[in-house]
Design a binder for this molecule. Structure first.
Ligand SMILES: [Fe+2]
Ligand SMILES: [Fe+2]
Length: 341
């Protein structure tokens, strides 16, 4: 179904699916000074800005990474939107509304950051709808109970933070700056999720069971968010050299495990992994094998909610046609008025 077979198997690190970077092309001799300046900026940690010269492959890889990140923010609103009308209290409802609205904002910052590279938001959206672009596989799982909203905030937003904090220092200026605000908001999201889990874990037996059930269902898909294991992740080197990927998938996944185990213990919940154990020598947790077949299935379109998610995006696009037309007509009118004046 996907036209980009490489990225289909390469997977999706958190809210930004791991990219298979374009091969760095040979640059022409006339571009040598620009190339040298670009390399120097990378070496010295000086951000690359939209007006700066950059290799075509760097631009293309960034467009793919940032747009897929943007799509993930927008599609990520759907599983939580499912609970807006069913939140258990008015306070929880208003908090969830604010959170889902934040995710819309994240999508907008990221689409804008991608636009600085010369692609339009409409083109990016059409790529998503035509299944040429992806979004994080985690949003293809359903939210079956209110505890899932807690688990998403705690675990999915938690994983997003681990993935995205390093990107605040990535080489492309507009992306790095967008990530600063996004990460601040994600940390609120993570805390609201943990707060929901805390209430449930201290509640009735039934509430505790709900919390445990949510953890059971979300744990493994969350670990998959970091993308395939390093030994299968053959395209990371170029992105690391370009400073748009700063740590390996396995390193980030390990950080997630190490951070989350004590939190689960605090909640009195058990992580559904019999092989999970503290490794004294490594000073980190060992964990069990991840079902990469499931990951590939979901990334390739066969998860529990893939069709539903894309259908929702398609419907929003179709129903928004009149808004786009009205905006265009308004812009035309303004331009005509300016020309007449
Ligand atoms: Fe977000
Ligand atoms: Fe978030």
């Amino acid at each position: 179904m996907h036209t980009n077979a490489t990225s289909a198997t390469e997977g999706d690190a958190s809210k930004m699916p791991e990219q298979a970077p374009e091969q760095a092309p040979e640059h022409s001799p006339e571009q040598a000074p620009e190339q040298a300046r670009f390399e120097r900026q990378l070496d010295q940690g000086i951000p690359i800005e939209s007006a700066d010269w950059m290799p075509a492959a760097y631009r293309k890889t960034l467009i793919r990474q940032i747009s897929q990140h943007a799509h993930s923010e927008i599609v990520g609103m759907l599983p939580e939107g499912n609970w807006l009308t069913r939140a258990p209290t008015l306070e929880r409802k208003s908090i969830l509304l604010a959170k889902v609205q934040d995710e819309a904002g994240h999508g907008l910052y990221l689409y804008s950051a991608a636009e600085t590279l010369g692609v339009t938001r409409d083109a990016m959206t059409l790529d998503l709808l035509a299944r040429r672009a992806k979004y994080s596989s985690i949003f293809n799982y359903p939210t079956l109970s209110w505890a899932d909203i807690g688990a998403i905030g705690w675990l999915v937003d938690g994983a997003a933070i681990i993935n995205q904090i390093p990107l605040c220092h990535c080489s492309y200026g507009p992306y790095a700056r967008a990530m600063v605000r996004i990460c601040k908001e994600e940390s609120f999201h993570q805390r609201q999720g943990f707060a929901i889990m805390t209430v449930l874990a201290r509640g009735t037996r039934e509430q505790q069971d709900m919390a445990q059930d949510a953890l059971n269902r979300w744990w493994w898909p969350v670990l998959m968010m970091f993308g395939p294991p390093d030994h299968e992740s053959t395209n990371s080197d170029q992105s690391m050299r370009w400073g748009i990927k700063l740590h390996s998938n396995d390193e980030l996944r390990q950080r997630m495990v190490d951070q989350t185990v004590p939190q689960a213990q605090f909640l009195g919940l058990s992580i559904p992994d019999e092989q999970l154990a503290w490794n004294e020598a490594r000073g980190r947790y060992d964990y069990g094998a991840i079902d990469w077949d499931e990951f590939r299935r979901v990334v390739n379109g066969d998860g529990p909610c893939n069709q539903e998610r894309l259908a929702a995006r398609q419907r929003a696009w179709d129903e928004g046609a009149w808004v786009r037309e009205a905006l265009e007509a308004h812009a035309q009118k303004q331009a005509t008025a300016v020309a007449a004046a």
